[in-house]
Design a protein. Structure first.
Length: 245
């Protein structure tokens, strides 16, 4: 299928996990793609695996200055932008008394501030119509211990999808959020979750398993495509039933 044929798409954090799988699906559906990443080796590796239909931009998702550079790269490469997937993010899990200001700021800067200012810098470049898809999380909706700050950043993203839709729908820009449950990505290894911890988390998913990044990527394709033109400010939970049942 070519549901994104001719679409010009930017995917932040496109080097691993959901972002990488989304880039693959977008290419399969006919889009031209730019990915961003903060680590040169990961960015180069992902770019090589994805092939010649992809451009790669080195950018720290937490840096406002970096978002200016990303927007400049989009303008140079595409001229205009049809789809933005705000996927770049970090997850730090700590008990409330273990947080400090630096860690707090790191989470909000990466997950919220960077995405907001990237959208701001891209405003002159968005086509009409255009689609912006946020990668949220079920943690915005459930009271999982140690996820206070991570969950708060994702709740902010869900709110942005609604408020920015209300503000920018007249310019043809619609915002939606996909909020995954536990997905089988390198993130859990980075968080230091043990096999026992992963097993306990899996038991909270009615489907009895972690999701595959491709399952989220396919939902991203839908929200990016013209098939989803009437979805504005919405949120789709892709969680295997976690938080729903």
């Amino acid at each position: 299928m070519e549901r994104l044929k001719g679409k010009r798409a930017l995917i932040t954090g496109g080097t691993t996990g959901i972002g990488f799988a989304t880039a693959q699906e977008f290419l399969n559906e006919g889009a031209r793609v730019i990915i961003t990443g903060a680590h040169p080796k990961n960015l180069e590796s992902a770019s090589q695996k994805l092939g010649p239909g992809v451009s790669a931009v080195l950018a720290d998702a937490a840096s406002v200055a970096a978002q200016v550079a990303v927007a400049d790269a989009v303008k140079k490469q595409f001229g205009s932008l049809d789809v933005l997937v705000c996927n770049a993010g970090i997850a730090e899990l700590r008990p409330v008394d273990a947080w400090d200001e630096a860690a707090f700021d790191r989470s909000f800067n990466t997950n919220v501030k960077g995405a907001f200012f990237l959208i701001q810098k891209l405003l002159p470049l968005f086509a009409n119509p255009a689609s912006v898809v946020f990668n949220g999380s079920i943690n915005a909706h459930i009271g999982m211990p140690n996820s206070s700050i991570y969950g708060a950043t994702k709740a902010a993203i869900v709110s942005l999808a609604r408020t920015l839709s209300g503000e920018l729908i007249g310019r043809g820009i619609r915002f939606n959020t996909i909020s995954p449950g536990p997905i089988d990505t390198p993130l859990y290894g980075k968080l230091g979750i043990s096999q026992e911890g992963a097993s306990q988390l899996r038991k909270q998913v009615p489907e009895g398993r972690f999701g595959d990044p491709k399952e989220i990527a396919k939902a991203m394709v839908f929200f990016a495509s013209d098939e989803c033109a009437f979805s504005v400010g919405s949120e789709l939970l892709v969680t295997g039933g976690m938080g729903n049942l």
